[in-house]
Design a protein around this ligand. Structure first.
Ligand code: MBD
Ligand code: FE
Length: 283
Protein backbone atom coordinates (compact mmCIF):
# COMPACT_ATOMS: atom_id res chain seq x y z
CA UNK A 1 0.00 0.00 0.00
CA UNK A 2 2.14 2.82 -1.27
CA UNK A 3 1.38 5.52 -3.77
CA UNK A 4 1.54 9.26 -4.22
CA UNK A 5 -0.80 9.88 -1.28
CA UNK A 6 0.70 7.33 1.12
CA UNK A 7 1.74 8.77 4.44
CA UNK A 8 5.42 8.27 5.22
CA UNK A 9 6.21 6.76 8.58
CA UNK A 10 8.25 9.84 9.50
CA UNK A 11 5.43 12.29 8.65
CA UNK A 12 2.70 10.40 10.44
CA UNK A 13 5.07 9.71 13.35
CA UNK A 14 5.85 13.41 13.69
CA UNK A 15 2.13 14.26 13.58
CA UNK A 16 1.26 11.61 16.16
CA UNK A 17 4.01 12.82 18.50
CA UNK A 18 2.91 16.46 18.15
CA UNK A 19 -0.70 15.47 18.72
CA UNK A 20 0.16 13.52 21.86
CA UNK A 21 2.20 16.34 23.33
CA UNK A 22 -0.54 18.91 22.64
CA UNK A 23 -3.39 16.84 24.06
CA UNK A 24 -3.44 18.20 27.62
CA UNK A 25 -5.69 15.40 28.81
CA UNK A 26 -2.87 12.88 28.41
CA UNK A 27 0.19 15.00 29.22
CA UNK A 28 1.05 14.86 32.89
CA UNK A 29 -1.81 12.89 34.37
CA UNK A 30 0.39 9.87 35.03
CA UNK A 31 3.25 11.65 36.78
CA UNK A 32 3.72 10.34 40.26
CA UNK A 33 5.70 11.48 43.27
CA UNK A 34 5.36 8.01 44.78
CA UNK A 35 8.96 6.80 44.97
CA UNK A 36 7.93 3.28 46.00
CA UNK A 37 5.70 2.96 42.93
CA UNK A 38 8.43 4.18 40.58
CA UNK A 39 10.90 1.84 42.23
CA UNK A 40 8.57 -1.15 41.87
CA UNK A 41 7.69 -0.49 38.23
CA UNK A 42 11.18 0.46 37.05
CA UNK A 43 12.74 -2.47 38.90
CA UNK A 44 10.20 -4.95 37.45
CA UNK A 45 10.56 -3.60 33.92
CA UNK A 46 14.35 -3.65 33.97
CA UNK A 47 14.27 -7.05 35.63
CA UNK A 48 12.10 -8.40 32.80
CA UNK A 49 14.58 -7.02 30.25
CA UNK A 50 17.52 -8.59 32.09
CA UNK A 51 15.67 -11.90 32.22
CA UNK A 52 15.06 -11.89 28.44
CA UNK A 53 18.73 -11.13 27.83
CA UNK A 54 19.78 -13.99 30.07
CA UNK A 55 17.19 -16.52 28.87
CA UNK A 56 17.87 -15.81 25.19
CA UNK A 57 21.61 -15.25 25.56
CA UNK A 58 21.40 -11.87 23.84
CA UNK A 59 24.70 -10.94 22.18
CA UNK A 60 26.54 -7.58 21.95
CA UNK A 61 25.61 -7.12 18.27
CA UNK A 62 21.95 -7.75 19.18
CA UNK A 63 22.15 -5.28 22.07
CA UNK A 64 23.65 -2.60 19.79
CA UNK A 65 21.02 -3.31 17.11
CA UNK A 66 18.29 -2.90 19.72
CA UNK A 67 19.85 0.38 20.88
CA UNK A 68 19.91 1.70 17.32
CA UNK A 69 16.31 0.61 16.77
CA UNK A 70 15.14 2.37 19.95
CA UNK A 71 16.92 5.56 18.82
CA UNK A 72 15.23 5.25 15.40
CA UNK A 73 11.79 4.91 17.00
CA UNK A 74 12.36 8.15 18.90
CA UNK A 75 13.87 10.06 16.00
CA UNK A 76 11.04 8.89 13.71
CA UNK A 77 8.43 10.03 16.22
CA UNK A 78 7.05 6.50 16.37
CA UNK A 79 6.76 6.06 20.13
CA UNK A 80 3.03 6.91 20.13
CA UNK A 81 2.47 4.45 17.28
CA UNK A 82 4.63 1.69 18.72
CA UNK A 83 3.28 1.98 22.27
CA UNK A 84 -0.36 2.19 21.19
CA UNK A 85 0.00 -0.80 18.86
CA UNK A 86 1.98 -3.10 21.16
CA UNK A 87 1.43 -1.94 24.74
CA UNK A 88 -1.77 0.10 25.16
CA UNK A 89 -4.08 -2.93 25.05
CA UNK A 90 -2.54 -4.29 28.26
CA UNK A 91 -3.10 -1.00 30.08
CA UNK A 92 -6.68 -0.86 28.80
CA UNK A 93 -7.36 -4.42 29.95
CA UNK A 94 -6.27 -3.45 33.48
CA UNK A 95 -8.51 -0.35 33.45
CA UNK A 96 -11.41 -2.44 32.13
CA UNK A 97 -11.35 -4.67 35.23
CA UNK A 98 -13.07 -1.86 37.16
CA UNK A 99 -15.48 -0.72 34.44
CA UNK A 100 -19.10 -1.47 33.60
CA UNK A 101 -21.17 -0.28 30.67
CA UNK A 102 -20.07 -0.44 27.05
CA UNK A 103 -16.78 -2.26 26.65
CA UNK A 104 -13.81 -0.05 25.89
CA UNK A 105 -10.64 -0.57 23.93
CA UNK A 106 -7.51 1.40 23.08
CA UNK A 107 -7.45 5.06 22.01
CA UNK A 108 -4.59 4.71 19.52
CA UNK A 109 -2.32 7.47 18.20
CA UNK A 110 -4.66 9.25 15.78
CA UNK A 111 -7.19 11.05 17.97
CA UNK A 112 -7.34 14.79 17.36
CA UNK A 113 -9.38 17.02 19.71
CA UNK A 114 -11.42 20.01 18.61
CA UNK A 115 -13.17 18.61 15.53
CA UNK A 116 -16.30 20.04 13.92
CA UNK A 117 -19.36 19.98 16.19
CA UNK A 118 -22.45 18.38 14.67
CA UNK A 119 -25.96 17.53 15.83
CA UNK A 120 -27.80 14.31 15.09
CA UNK A 121 -28.60 13.34 12.35
CA UNK A 122 -25.03 14.14 11.32
CA UNK A 123 -22.88 13.52 8.28
CA UNK A 124 -19.15 13.35 8.94
CA UNK A 125 -17.04 15.77 6.89
CA UNK A 126 -15.94 13.95 3.73
CA UNK A 127 -14.45 14.83 0.36
CA UNK A 128 -16.97 15.29 -2.47
CA UNK A 129 -15.61 12.12 -4.06
CA UNK A 130 -15.02 10.23 -0.80
CA UNK A 131 -14.63 6.55 -1.72
CA UNK A 132 -16.24 3.81 0.33
CA UNK A 133 -19.53 2.14 1.12
CA UNK A 134 -21.90 4.65 2.76
CA UNK A 135 -22.77 3.62 6.32
CA UNK A 136 -25.63 4.92 8.49
CA UNK A 137 -24.66 4.32 12.11
CA UNK A 138 -27.51 4.73 14.59
CA UNK A 139 -28.10 4.04 18.24
CA UNK A 140 -28.89 5.31 21.68
CA UNK A 141 -26.83 6.21 24.71
CA UNK A 142 -28.29 5.01 28.02
CA UNK A 143 -27.15 4.66 31.62
CA UNK A 144 -26.67 1.26 33.28
CA UNK A 145 -30.39 1.10 34.16
CA UNK A 146 -31.33 1.55 30.50
CA UNK A 147 -32.54 5.14 30.99
CA UNK A 148 -31.79 7.50 28.08
CA UNK A 149 -28.84 9.83 28.66
CA UNK A 150 -29.53 13.38 27.51
CA UNK A 151 -26.59 15.48 26.35
CA UNK A 152 -24.55 12.52 25.11
CA UNK A 153 -21.69 13.38 22.76
CA UNK A 154 -19.98 11.00 20.32
CA UNK A 155 -16.49 12.07 19.25
CA UNK A 156 -15.79 9.86 16.22
CA UNK A 157 -12.77 9.43 13.94
CA UNK A 158 -11.83 6.85 11.37
CA UNK A 159 -9.62 5.96 8.43
CA UNK A 160 -10.78 6.43 4.84
CA UNK A 161 -11.19 3.68 2.25
CA UNK A 162 -7.42 3.54 1.82
CA UNK A 163 -6.87 3.11 5.55
CA UNK A 164 -5.50 6.63 6.04
CA UNK A 165 -6.42 9.15 8.76
CA UNK A 166 -6.81 12.88 8.17
CA UNK A 167 -4.08 14.78 10.03
CA UNK A 168 -1.64 11.90 9.53
CA UNK A 169 -1.51 11.51 5.76
CA UNK A 170 -0.88 14.03 2.99
CA UNK A 171 -3.65 15.17 0.67
CA UNK A 172 -6.52 14.50 3.07
CA UNK A 173 -8.29 17.70 4.20
CA UNK A 174 -8.02 18.51 7.91
CA UNK A 175 -10.96 17.10 9.84
CA UNK A 176 -11.96 14.59 7.16
CA UNK A 177 -14.01 11.71 8.63
CA UNK A 178 -13.84 13.25 12.10
CA UNK A 179 -16.64 14.89 14.08
CA UNK A 180 -18.14 15.55 17.49
CA UNK A 181 -21.82 14.60 17.34
CA UNK A 182 -24.36 15.61 19.97
CA UNK A 183 -27.20 13.11 20.38
CA UNK A 184 -30.84 14.15 20.91
CA UNK A 185 -32.54 14.58 24.30
CA UNK A 186 -33.04 10.82 24.53
CA UNK A 187 -29.43 10.03 23.69
CA UNK A 188 -30.32 8.88 20.18
CA UNK A 189 -27.93 9.49 17.33
CA UNK A 190 -27.51 8.94 13.62
CA UNK A 191 -24.09 9.38 12.01
CA UNK A 192 -23.62 9.05 8.27
CA UNK A 193 -20.16 8.08 7.13
CA UNK A 194 -18.38 5.48 5.01
CA UNK A 195 -16.97 2.11 5.99
CA UNK A 196 -13.27 2.45 6.73
CA UNK A 197 -10.61 0.10 5.35
CA UNK A 198 -8.18 -1.91 7.46
CA UNK A 199 -5.20 0.09 8.78
CA UNK A 200 -1.62 -0.86 7.98
CA UNK A 201 1.22 0.16 10.29
CA UNK A 202 3.63 2.15 8.06
CA UNK A 203 6.13 -0.33 6.67
CA UNK A 204 8.87 2.26 5.99
CA UNK A 205 9.60 3.17 9.63
CA UNK A 206 11.19 1.38 12.60
CA UNK A 207 7.91 -0.10 13.87
CA UNK A 208 7.27 -1.57 10.42
CA UNK A 209 10.88 -2.77 10.27
CA UNK A 210 10.43 -4.71 13.52
CA UNK A 211 7.13 -6.20 12.32
CA UNK A 212 8.71 -7.34 9.08
CA UNK A 213 11.93 -8.58 10.71
CA UNK A 214 9.82 -10.70 13.08
CA UNK A 215 7.64 -12.05 10.26
CA UNK A 216 4.44 -10.56 11.69
CA UNK A 217 1.74 -8.77 9.72
CA UNK A 218 1.20 -5.00 10.06
CA UNK A 219 -2.60 -4.83 9.92
CA UNK A 220 -5.45 -3.71 12.12
CA UNK A 221 -9.01 -4.64 11.10
CA UNK A 222 -11.22 -1.82 9.82
CA UNK A 223 -12.60 0.20 12.73
CA UNK A 224 -14.42 3.31 13.89
CA UNK A 225 -12.96 5.13 16.91
CA UNK A 226 -15.30 6.67 19.48
CA UNK A 227 -15.18 8.68 22.67
CA UNK A 228 -18.70 8.61 24.09
CA UNK A 229 -19.35 11.06 26.90
CA UNK A 230 -22.13 12.74 28.87
CA UNK A 231 -22.31 14.97 31.94
CA UNK A 232 -21.81 12.94 35.12
CA UNK A 233 -20.78 9.76 33.25
CA UNK A 234 -17.44 8.04 32.70
CA UNK A 235 -16.32 8.61 29.11
CA UNK A 236 -16.06 5.39 27.11
CA UNK A 237 -13.07 5.13 24.76
CA UNK A 238 -13.79 2.40 22.26
CA UNK A 239 -13.65 1.12 18.69
CA UNK A 240 -16.20 -0.69 16.56
CA UNK A 241 -15.19 -3.35 14.04
CA UNK A 242 -16.98 -5.04 11.12
CA UNK A 243 -18.13 -8.67 11.05
CA UNK A 244 -16.47 -10.70 8.31
CA UNK A 245 -13.68 -8.14 7.91
CA UNK A 246 -10.03 -9.05 7.47
CA UNK A 247 -7.68 -9.22 10.48
CA UNK A 248 -10.51 -9.37 13.06
CA UNK A 249 -8.81 -12.41 14.60
CA UNK A 250 -5.24 -11.17 14.20
CA UNK A 251 -5.25 -7.43 15.01
CA UNK A 252 -1.60 -6.36 15.34
CA UNK A 253 -2.75 -4.09 18.21
CA UNK A 254 -4.74 -6.89 19.96
CA UNK A 255 -7.61 -4.46 20.55
CA UNK A 256 -10.61 -6.38 19.19
CA UNK A 257 -13.28 -7.53 21.64
CA UNK A 258 -16.27 -9.62 20.50
CA UNK A 259 -18.76 -7.12 21.96
CA UNK A 260 -17.41 -4.45 19.61
CA UNK A 261 -18.09 -6.10 16.25
CA UNK A 262 -20.79 -4.49 14.11
CA UNK A 263 -22.72 -6.45 11.49
CA UNK A 264 -24.24 -3.84 9.14
CA UNK A 265 -27.01 -4.81 6.76
CA UNK A 266 -27.21 -3.84 3.10
CA UNK A 267 -29.98 -1.34 2.55
CA UNK A 268 -30.25 -2.21 -1.14
CA UNK A 269 -29.04 1.05 -2.67
CA UNK A 270 -25.35 0.23 -2.17
CA UNK A 271 -25.31 1.66 1.33
CA UNK A 272 -25.35 -0.13 4.68
CA UNK A 273 -26.85 0.56 8.09
CA UNK A 274 -26.21 -0.61 11.61
CA UNK A 275 -27.42 0.04 15.14
CA UNK A 276 -25.18 0.07 18.21
CA UNK A 277 -26.22 1.30 21.64
CA UNK A 278 -23.83 2.66 24.26
CA UNK A 279 -24.16 2.26 28.03
CA UNK A 280 -22.37 4.84 30.20
CA UNK A 281 -21.77 4.14 33.88
CA UNK A 282 -21.82 6.89 36.49
CA UNK A 283 -18.61 8.88 36.73
C1 MBD B 1 -4.54 2.88 14.50
O1 MBD B 1 -5.44 3.32 13.61
C2 MBD B 1 -5.00 2.49 15.69
O2 MBD B 1 -6.31 2.56 15.90
C3 MBD B 1 -4.12 2.02 16.66
C4 MBD B 1 -4.63 1.56 17.95
C5 MBD B 1 -2.78 1.95 16.41
C6 MBD B 1 -2.30 2.36 15.20
C7 MBD B 1 -3.18 2.83 14.26
FE1 FE C 1 -7.31 3.50 14.31
Amino acid sequence: QTGPTSPTAADSGASASASFRSTEQYSSAGLTTDTARVDALARALLGAVHQVISDHEVTYPEFQAAKKWLMDVGEGGEWPLFLDVFVEHAVEEVAARKQTGTVGTILGPYYLPGQVQLTTPATLPARPDEAGTPLAFRGQVTDTTGAPVPGAVLDIWQADEQGYYSGFAPDIPAGNLRGVVTADVEGRFEIRTIQPAPYQVPTDGPTGALISAAGWHPWRPAHLHLLVSAPGRRTVTTQLYFAGGEYLDSDVAEAVKPELVLDPTDVGDGSREVTYDFVLEDA
